[in-house]
Ligand binder design. Structure first.
Ligand SMILES: *Cc1c(COP(=O)(O)O)cnc(C)c1O
Length: 614
């Protein structure tokens, strides 16, 4: 995918008279935003990460804009009043070293235009439309392969007219270099050269595909008539089209899958691809490496991906790592218990350390158990964040203990990974399991184990207990081939890659801070309604909270659930045997206003049942 865009915005826009006396053309307002901001928002939501603007006339406007969008870099064409658009583009010679989308600043367009170019299989593509009859068209002539031959404003000078130039083009870095090479010589003779002319000169050696879109809402704004058309016809059409594409926002307060961004959702819509292709291998490799980097250095740790829900990774870990010795499983909630059940299913020797659900475990007791059985105990397994209660286990202290007894540590970090900071080396964690759909904010379907490479290599000698969920085999195969052993969830992995991009962009620390803010808001709200939660703040991960249900007989969880669900809010039942609770997760693509909305509806509901004391 192309990650950069160049917008040519140096020109005077003199045909718009007084409208462009005090501001450049890109700052004309259409609807609620300026033309340039419409364009920038489209670019960002199409996955563009770097936007270069070629400025000249009234460049301060764009420089002010760059202060608001950190993705923008402005580069000035100082001779904007005596040069053409190629001169502006040439200024980027030393800035842009990658494929990019080239756009003019006076365009209003439907974002679909960018999607077409992003996914187009040719590296150099010029976007064309049907003729718009706006009296200012640039007509395009193509050959029999729909490749660019010529462009002219005067249609009599062309042999055929295939379509009209939109002014949005995808250029490969190679073609850009060739363009600059040509322009370098040509601009000395003719500073007024425009980029369209330069492309024509180049297209016999670098074929440029012309892609004609059938019904794209777009226009260029050069004069009053264009502006009127933009406001009255094109913009309403774009808004109408957007409506069809907007995905309704649901407020998910269940403990995963968490709500995702639209960009993560859309990332799944890709051309069909065979997952054995190198191109797809690169997607998995990149994603796996970035996952490793969240918790460890890539020299010593690696990520092994599996298709499956989170439990698949936990199962791969438990079944592949412990050989003839004993696994000590810490159980202080439903997910600790699940590890015992997995060990049971595979007939693994284990002992269970059962500890209270709402209290930190006792390190002393844990040490006593290890000591008593030592050296039979080879591994300890623990859930980092017990999703049933919100209790955060102190894995760093457990890791230190394991170091003393030379025992390896396995952590189920499913609901803490990518929020609560983890450092595998410092915390002495040898294996860690997590999945795509909780704090990572991706789609459900990929789970993974992050492992110390030295430990992994040792697993070679253990007789396989599971064919599919074999950690060593999956690791070895991926290392050799860049592929998973069996068909991966292809589209889910594309979404996961985008989720990783977005997690990096937000930053794990910032993400956790955002979650914690939401948690504070939640706790304040439920406390005001007279409700309590079970784990004390100092031991709470602040991600998922078990809230004690009202004990009144008029209250039924399912009715509360349905009441909220009808209003776009999803909540989740509790999972504790001895206490009636429901659970609220404050993770995922969530905002404060959405927690407030939940609290509002909860209050309304409790009032309706007359369950509020005041
Ligand atoms: C969510 C979760 C899992 C995995 O659940 P799946 O339904 O298999 O995705 C495992 N452990 C913990 C602590 C979890 O929160």
């Amino acid at each position: 995918m192309v990650k950069a865009a160049v917008i040519l915005a140096a020109g005077l826009g003199s045909r718009l008279g007084k409208r462009t006396k005090e501001k450049p053309k890109g700052f004309l307002e259409i609807g609620d935003k300026t033309l340039i901001e419409h364009s920038i928002l489209h670019l960002l939501s199409s996955g563009i990460e770097r936007i270069y603007i070629g400025t000249g006339y009234l460049k301060e406007f764009y420089e002010e804009l760059a202060l608001r969008y950190k993705e923008i870099t402005c580069v000035t064409n100082e001779q904007y009043d005596v040069t053409g658009s190629m001169y502006t583009l040439f200024q980027f010679k030393n800035y842009v070293k990658e494929d990019f989308l080239l756009l003019e600043s006076d365009l209003l367009y439907d974002q679909a235009a960018l999607t077409i170019l992003q996914y187009h299989h040719y590296p150099d593509v010029l976007l064309a439309s049907e003729l718009t009859d706006t009296n200012d068209e640039v007509f395009i002539e193509v050959d029999d392969k729909n490749q660019l031959v010529n462009m002219e404003k005067d249609q009599n000078r062309l042999f055929n007219i295939y379509g009209e130039l939109i002014g949005i083009t995808k250029l490969s870095y190679g073609t850009f270099q060739a363009l600059c090479y040509f322009a370098d010589k040509e601009l000395q003779k003719n500073k007024k050269l425009d980029y369209e002319r330069a492309l024509i000169e180049l297209c016999s050696e670098k074929p440029i595909a012309v892609h004609k879109v059938k019904e794209l809402a777009w226009c260029e704004i050069d004069n009053e008539v264009h502006l009127k058309r933009a406001v009255e016809t094109v913009y309403p059409q774009i808004k109408e089209n957007m409506k069809d594409r907007v995905i309704e926002k649901k407020i998910l307060l269940n403990p995963g899958p968490a709500a995702t961004s639209n960009t993560v959702k859309y990332a799944q819509v890709v051309p069909d691809i065979c997952p054995r292709e190198k191109e797809f291998g690169a997607v998995m490799k990149w994603t796996a490496e970035e996952l490793t980097s969240i918790v460890g250095n890539r020299a010593d740790y690696t990520t092994i991906l599996f298709g499956g829900s989170g439990t698949a990774a936990v199962e791969a870990m438990i079944s592949s790592i412990v050989d003839q010795d004993t696994l000590l499983i810490i159980n202080n909630g439903a997910y600790g218990k699940r590890m015992c059940q997995i060990a049971d299913a595979y007939g693994i020797h284990y002992i269970e350390y059962k500890s209270k659900q709402d209290h930190p475990l006792s390190l002393k007791k844990l040490e006593a158990i290890i000591k008593k059985r030592w050296p039979k105990i080879s591994h300890v397994a623990v859930v980092h964040h017990e999703t049933t209660t919100g209790l955060l286990n102190d894995i760093e202290a457990i890791g230190s203990l394991c170091r003393c007894y030379d025992v390896e540590l396995l952590v189920d970090a499913m609901s803490s990974f990518a929020a609560v900071p983890i450092a595998m080396e410092r915390m002495n964690i040898h294996y860690l399991a997590a999945s795509s759909n909780k704090n990572l904010q991706g789609m459900a379907g990929v789970s993974f184990v992050i492992a110390n490479k030295k430990c992994l290599e040792q697993l070679k000698n253990i007789k396989a207990r599971s064919y599919y969920l074999n950690l060593y085999e999956q690791y070895e195969y991926f290392k050799k081939t860049g592929q998973m052993r069996f068909t991966p969830p292809v589209q889910t992995l594309y979404a996961m890659k985008q989720a990783v991009v977005e997690a990096k962009k937000e930053g794990i620390v910032n993400r956790y801070n955002r979650y914690k803010k939401l948690w504070n808001l939640l706790i304040k709200g439920i406390t005001e309604l007279g409700l309590n939660h079970i784990v004390k703040e100092e031991h709470h991960a602040k991600l998922i909270t078990a809230i004690i249900e009202p004990s009144h007989k008029r209250y039924h969880f399912n009715e509360l659930h349905d009441y909220l669900y009808e209003r776009g809010v999803t909540i989740y039942p509790g999972k504790l045997a001895d206490l009636n609770t429901f659970r609220i997760a404050n993770i995922g693509e969530l905002e404060e206003t959405e927690i407030e909305l939940f609290l509002y509806h909860l209050k309304q509901y409790l009032e309706k049942l007359d369950l509020l004391n005041n």
